[in-house]
Design a protein around this ligand. Structure first.
Ligand SMILES: [Zn+2]
Ligand SMILES: [Zn+2]
Length: 158
């Protein structure tokens, strides 16, 4: 049993060696035939399938290239836009009232944030007040009786 492995290996090797001249002769015969009748090269399945495979590969490659060509590339910063948004912020410091826009992750609500003008932690989430007095001014709503109201004109936000 212990010698089965090497023995079998030797058998295979012998068998392979016996095949080599056959294969070589077969190949030589095939070359000879092809030389006489060139269309025979197409009759050989190995060659034919190789060409088919190569053709299929080229086709897939071309299709992939064309699809990639006609599909417009994603606009620059599309990924960034998908996960973040612009937040309007108003500084509620009495002597500042700076209005600025910052880019943060969607759903950001970690207010107050630092105001870039006065550097105080007094930046609050802002929304436009469309009352006649404010006319679309960005304000930081304040809570009054459970309602959000404008600190400038006192109007209640819907
Ligand atoms: Zn400020
Ligand atoms: Zn207002």
């Amino acid at each position: 049993m212990a010698y089965e492995g090497p023995n079998r290996l030797a058998e295979w090797y012998t068998a392979l060696r016996e095949q080599v001249p056959v294969v070589r002769k077969g190949f030589a015969d095939w070359l000879e035939q092809v030389r006489e009748e060139p269309w025979l090269i197409w009759e050989t399945p190995a060659v034919r399938y190789l060409v088919y495979g190569f053709g299929a590969f080229i086709t897939v490659w071309c299709v992939t290239f064309v699809i990639g060509f006609i599909t417009p590339p994603p606009p620059k910063g599309a990924r960034e836009q998908a996960t973040s948004a612009d937040f309007h912020v108003v500084c509620v410091d009495a002597s500042c009232h700076n209005h600025f826009v910052m880019r943060r992750e969607f759903g950001f609500d970690d207010f107050p944030v630092q105001c870039p003008k006065c550097m105080k932690q007094s930046g609050q989430a802002a929304r436009p007040c469309n009352s006649q007095t404010c006319g679309g001014r960005w304000v930081a709503p304040v809570e009054a009786n459970g309602k959000k109201t404008c600190p400038v004109c006192g109007g209640v936000f819907p």
